[in-house]
Design a protein around this ligand. Structure first.
Ligand code: BGC
Length: 777
């Protein structure tokens, strides 16, 4: 079946929409769902793993015929082991539950030995011997930790991102895991929300490309291979739009914004063949995501033809009660199953209530069977019915974890992720004759902070290479590094000057100061929202005193969100944003500081000047009174009285130790129509003295639409490496469907009209001279 984008389908997508003419049956191999007649499926290629398998169907039919309702509900239940927990622990009886066949999947349990032990309980001590599925949050590495997901996204390097996921899968599967709760593909445009660190940033196009790269990396070409794992696209949907950036908060966005901004990365994951989806904690349009039939059935299965299974987020069925959507847990379970949930994570709602709901007749057995079949199919496809222990291989585990090439890959991805935000007078790279470097700040020698949140089974205590260790190991001969913390990032230490005197004494003796500042590793991630984006604790106060010494100050930021570092931007000599760079982070930072690697990262998210600008993103609308219409300082235009509209650093921005020149853009034709395409090209030249990489970005503006359109949208990018003086012509081909959006009538497609296009090193049309083209009928 040919892969086809939404664009041409002009889909009727809303409940109540009347166009039903093109209704087609669900794709082959797809368990029947009660997809309403008005939902029109999109044609797409079936992933290889979803190919029809009569032998599998026979095996599962036979098995299901022997299953009681209790056995079935067991397959729909996912519980955490007591090794660790990622939320409120509700049950500590998981071993008894496994023996009783009350649980079909376990998370937070890994190592070949431990998964084998638990698998044995399921296979040898239950009546039906159905193997367990083992899941885990393998988010940016399993043992070898890569940069946090937002950092990886800053590399704009899809091969590197795929590689990180591939290594994660190799390590995780060697420890008995079958399934990761990654990638998180939530678009995030509010830096207050702690989970900005877990996604790919603010952009729809970049987010979709990265979603695909990660799914490819985890799942490889063969889901049944023992070194690949199932990926999960999460959190479906619109979790990143939490009001006021407060985690778990209400989401209230338009249907159009949902479709045009928040859903495309999920759709991209489906197109890449992702095996599972996770629901979100938030409500969308008044309905908790775990109870949203619209999201989980109409869109996901009906329109997108998703073949895998849906797991809830942690106790999110239970949470439908405090949301005020369900009167009690029994009703919540019924609503969730009916909406399209297949597996209940940790809440035990299905476990405790579903059998009763079936016997009361409030839920049909067919609905339970449908979910059970999806889970059993996935276990079958993983080969677990043939050999339940095939992933639990101690010998492979021994030779796989922390392999030297994995560590090398982690170092490489980390340096590719770093973004040079400022570099006045070529302060960086540090000269080989720099005498004494004063490394100051709470993040200079802090192992736990190197690997950020959701570091899975990553060791936080011994393995991570700190900045101090990395800089000492990689400094040119003769360069000395001395380190003191000097300041604290703890909120409660704001106002304290403890440690300042020692830091300033070192600073005064030094030739250059590297200030390692930012946030503690758990200030981003889940349940880590902030109302301020400033440097926490007393770091800002120390930074100001360091600058006052007159020595050059290089700020190395370790953080999982955009911070408002406006003062630093105006006052320090150089700024490198290093995110939480992972196990090999210290080496990677040293590679950049000493010039062994020329920084090539670009921001995947806008950095505001102040929290008051949030939410701020590069693809905003123009408004009827854009600021450019008025004289500087004009009153009745869309602006603030006290802060410019512009962010501190734009989406797509990042410096290099080289410089790059862009030729004017040429277009292959002045217009294109249905079935056609247009190619835009520009020649990029490395005008600097050193080899470097440039992220060449294509932006488009649709000037007039049946609904207003953003002032710019990323539609392509390519990361290229150029020697000094070398030029390369980069070409981007656009088709009409690449310009599709949700039109006034809620159909999805493009509209004829005039477009502006430019190729530039970052967002912001002023960075380049746009050309125009016309899209004809
Ligand atoms: C998070 C998910 C995570 C799950 C399991 C939840 O609290 O929202 O992203 O996968 O826990 O640990």
């Amino acid at each position: 079946m040919a892969k086809q984008l939404l664009a041409f389908a002009a889909l009727p997508i809303l409940a109540g929409c009347t166009t039903v003419a093109t209704q087609a049956p669900p794709p082959a191999g797809h368990a029947a769902t009660d997809i309403p007649a008005h939902v029109v499926p999109v044609e797409r290629a079936q992933p290889a793993w979803a190919a029809p398998d009569p032998e599998m169907d026979r095996t599962i039919d036979e098995l299901m015929a022997r299953m009681t309702i209790e056995d079935k509900v067991g397959q729909l239940t996912l519980l955490t082991s007591d090794w660790e927990s990622t939320g409120p622990t509700m049950r500590d009886t998981y071993r008894q539950d496994i023996r009783a066949g009350r649980v079909g999947a376990i998370f937070n349990a890994y190592t070949a030995g431990y998964t084998r032990e638990l698998q044995r309980l399921a296979v040898e001590e239950t009546r039906l011997g159905i193997p367990l599925l083992f899941g885990y949050d393998v988010i940016h590495g399993h043992r070898t930790i890569f940069p946090i997901s937002l950092g990886e996204a800053a590399s704009w390097d899809l091969a590197a991102i795929e590689k990180a996921a591939r290594v994660s899968a190799q390590e995780a599967s060697a420890e008995g895991l079958h399934w990761t709760f990654s990638p998180m593909v939530d678009i995030a445009r509010d830096a207050r929300w702690g989970r900005v660190s877990e996604g790919a940033g603010e952009d729809v196009y970049l987010g979709a490309q990265i979603a695909r790269a990660r799914v490819r990396g985890y799942q490889g070409h063969d889901l049944g291979a023992t070194d690949t794992i199932l990926a999960t696209a999460k959190h479906f949907a619109a979790y990143g739009a939490a009001q006021a950036g407060r985690d778990y908060h209400t989401v209230d966005i338009s249907e159009r914004t949902l479709r045009d901004v928040y859903l495309p990365p999920f759709k991209a994951a489906v197109d890449e063949g992702v095996a599972s989806f996770m629901t979100a904690f938030n409500e969308y349009d008044g309905i908790p995501a775990s109870g949203s039939r619209y999201l989980l059935t109409d869109v996901l299965r009906g329109q997108w033809g998703f073949d895998g299974f849906v797991v809830t987020d942690y106790t999110s069925i239970n949470e439908m009660v405090p949301h005020g959507y369900s009167a009690d847990l029994a009703q919540a379970g019924e609503q969730a199953l009916d909406a399209g949930v297949d597996m209940d994570m940790q809440g035990a709602v299905f476990m405790d209530h579903l059998a009763q709901s079936v016997s009361d007749g409030t839920i049909e057995m067919a609905a339970v069977d449908r979910a059970v079949r999806r889970i059993l199919e996935m276990k079958y496809r993983l080969g677990l019915f043939a050999d339940p222990y095939r992933y639990a291989d101690e010998a492979r585990e021994q030779e796989t974890l922390y392999r030297p090439d994995f560590l090398e890959a982690a170092r490489d991805v980390a340096r590719r992720s770093m973004v040079l935000l400022k570099n006045e007078d070529d302060t960086l790279p540090l000269a080989a004759n720099t005498g004494l470097v004063a490394l100051i700040g709470p993040l200079g020698d802090s192992k736990p902070d190197m690997i950020g949140s959701w570091a899975a089974a990553g060791d936080r205590e011994a393995r991570p290479v700190t900045l101090l260790e990395g800089m000492r190991a990689n400094a040119p001969e003769g360069v000395r590094i001395e380190q003191v913390a000097g300041a604290s990032y703890r909120f409660e230490d704001e106002g304290s000057t403890e440690g300042f005197a020692e830091a300033l004494a070192l600073a005064r003796r030094s030739d250059v100061i590297v200030a390692a500042m930012g946030e503690r590793w758990d200030m981003t991630g889940e349940a880590a929202s902030r109302t301020s984006l400033d440097l926490p604790g007393n770091q800002q106060a120390l930074l100001e005193q360091l600058v006052a010494t007159g020595k050059p100050v290089i700020l190395v930021m370790l953080s999982g969100r955009p911070n408002s570092i406006t003062w630093a931007d105006e006052n320090v000599a150089a700024i490198l944003h290093a995110w939480y760079p992972g196990t090999m982070g210290g080496h990677a930072v040293a590679d950049v500081l000493f010039g062994a690697y020329n920084p090539s990262g670009r921001l995947p998210i806008t950095f505001p000047r102040t929290v008051g600008q949030v939410p701020i993103h590069y693809d905003m609308k123009n408004t009827g009174r854009p600021i450019e219409l008025g004289e500087p300082g004009a009153k009745y235009v869309s602006r603030y009285l006290d802060t410019p509209n512009d962010p501190l650093y734009r989406f797509g921005y990042g410096l290099s130790y080289s410089s790059f020149g862009y030729s004017p853009v040429t277009l292959s034709a002045p217009s294109m129509g249905a079935g056609g395409s247009i190619t835009a090209s520009a020649t990029i030249t490395n005008t600097g003295d050193v080899a470097g990489e440039e992220v060449v970005q294509l932006y488009v503006r649709d000037l007039v639409g049946s609904v207003t359109r953003p002032v710019q949208e990323l539609k392509g990018f390519e990361k290229i490496a150029l020697q000094p003086g070398e030029s390369r012509t980069v070409r981007f081909t656009l088709k009409p469907e690449d310009l599709a959006f949700t039109r006034a009538d809620m159909s999805h497609g493009w509209e004829p009209g005039e477009f502006r296009l430019w190729i530039a090193p970052s967002s912001g049309a002023e960075a380049a001279t746009p050309v125009t083209f016309t899209l004809t009928e």
